[in-house]
Design a protein around this ligand. Structure first.
Ligand code: ZN
Length: 457
């Protein structure tokens, strides 16, 4: 039976706004703990998500597992040694940091500001053997924010012995995040809160400063699994992938990043499950594993499915928070989507911002590299000056997510997904490998990706 789009849309809006499970699902996810790769909370969340998909009667509900290099936080102490001994108690290891020698690593500190390419070049030849300190800020008006992995990569390339990554926002919150993708990084690295970083820069302005880093972490082969379920479409037609990552960082609940995204995936699955067999395009819901280890899980998924993603028309990625509801989408360079999405947002009378940005540090990116059209949800309340805000700190907790914003996002996303699944014409063009490369170069991403050890791809 064909579906009446107007009636369906009104049903989706009503169901999304009144959903009894949307926020409670986020609460449950946060109660599993961080869901960091290799923890019992991750395994519990995985099994719970699979049960939710089964309970919703999705088709083809299954786990897809793979093995990767796991990483487990041990101890981390950082202190200024000279000219005065001062501990820096906020210090935490960054993910995939190797251990220092027992007894610690001591070296002179160099403050490289925000860690831009230009700032690194002013220290050319002077960073060998030094502990490089950069802030998590990006210059105002820069093309996009400069990723931690890019700054780290430049420090490694410059011959640094250690790396300190300082939060640019106050509140005694040290940032975490991965240094490399799926492998132990080259030099020890720690996150510091703004207040500890400010102290170091203040002393470094006056004269030479020596810092000691003492870091011990562990690594072992670890298994992770994506959770997958589908709403059937018309046989032989295309598939839309809707994804979010269910792992978080080990220091927080990962409520915004990305518990909220997974709660939305569950909600969309609930809303669309009754439409099985009645939509032209199928919808595949994927809760990705271990995104926080350098976009590792989705990279593995695209690699394992290199031969059978030909029917995927679009990947919709929901990552990093819903503050203020849906603000728009980044189109990852697939600019032909703009007029289509524009006409839909006008029909919905919802002004959504569409930008061309190719976000390289989230689960859409491996799909983009494979030439598959992929877009990222942006939250309305996102202030570029804040960067990640509370994300990747111990304060990414349930209280940061407004239930109303979640419902707002579920409404907007469900209306969009209905259109994506039923639009009779092609959505966007696939890109060849050469075209993807060209697109990345046009977006000025070659050097940032090279610094992150992701170029050539
Ligand atoms: Zn995320």
């Amino acid at each position: 039976m064909a579906i009446d789009l107007n009636i369906e849309e009104i049903r989706l809006i009503g169901e999304a706004w009144t959903s009894p499970t949307l926020y409670s699902h986020l609460t449950t996810l946060c109660d599993f703990g961080s869901r960091f790769g290799g923890t019992p909370g991750e395994a519990a969340a995985r099994d719970w998500l699979r049960d939710r998909f089964s309970q919703l009667n999705l088709s083809n509900v299954h786990l897809e597992s793979f093995t990767y290099t796991g990483w487990h936080r041990g101890t981390c102490q950082v202190r200024m040694l000279t000219p005065r001994e001062i501990p820096l108690p906020s210090a935490i290891s960054l993910v995939y940091s190797p251990s220092t020698p027992q007894g610690g690593l001591r070296a002179e500190l160099v403050d490289v500001g925000m860690g831009t390419e230009e700032e690194f070049s002013t220290h050319d030849g002077k960073l060998t053997g030094k502990i490089v300190m950069v802030s998590s800020a990006s210059p105002e008006g820069s093309r996009t924010w400069i990723h931690r992995r890019e700054k780290y990569g430049r420090a490694v390339a410059a011959g640094a012995a250690g790396f300190l990554f300082v939060n640019h926002l106050p509140g005694r919150l040290a940032p975490t995040g991965s240094l490399r993708s799926g492998r132990i990084a080259e030099i020890p690295a720690a996150g510091l809160c703004l207040e500890d970083g400010f102290l170091l820069s203040r002393w470094a302005e006056k004269g030479p400063v020596t810092v000691e880093m003492n870091i011990q972490n562990e690594s072992r082969p670890t298994e992770a699994a994506h959770v997958i379920g589908e709403v059937r479409g018309n046989p032989g037609r295309e598939t839309i992938i809707v994804g979010a990552h269910y792992d978080g960082h080990d220091i927080a609940q990962g409520a915004m990043d990305d518990g909220s995204g997974v709660a939305l995936v569950l909600e969309l699955a609930r809303l669309f499950a009754p439409l099985a067999g009645r939509l032209p395009r199928a919808i595949r819901f994927i809760c990705f594993a271990v995104e926080e280890l350098g976009v590792l899980g989705s990279t593995e998924y695209v690699r394992q499915h290199a031969q059978d993603l030909n029917d995927v028309a679009l990947m919709l990625n929901i990552d990093g928070g819903v503050t203020g509801g849906v603000g728009g989408f980044s189109l990852s360079g697939f600019s032909e989507l703009r007029p289509l999405l524009r006409s839909w947002t006008e029909a919905m009378e919802m002004p959504l911002k569409l930008d061309e940005t190719i976000a390289t540090a989230t689960d859409a990116f491996p799909f983009v590299l494979a030439g598959i059209p992929a877009i990222n949800m942006r939250s309305r309340g996102r202030d570029p000056k804040l960067g990640r805000g509370f994300g990747h700190t111990a304060a990414d907790t349930l209280d940061k997510v407004e239930p109303r914003d979640l419902h707002d996002a579920a409404m907007t996303l469900s209306r969009l997904l209905l259109r994506l699944a039923t639009y009779p014409n092609p959505l966007a063009r696939r890109r060849t490998r050469d075209k993807v490369r060209q697109m990345l170069i046009e977006h000025d991403l070659e050097r940032p990706l090279r610094a992150q050890d992701k170029w050539p791809f």
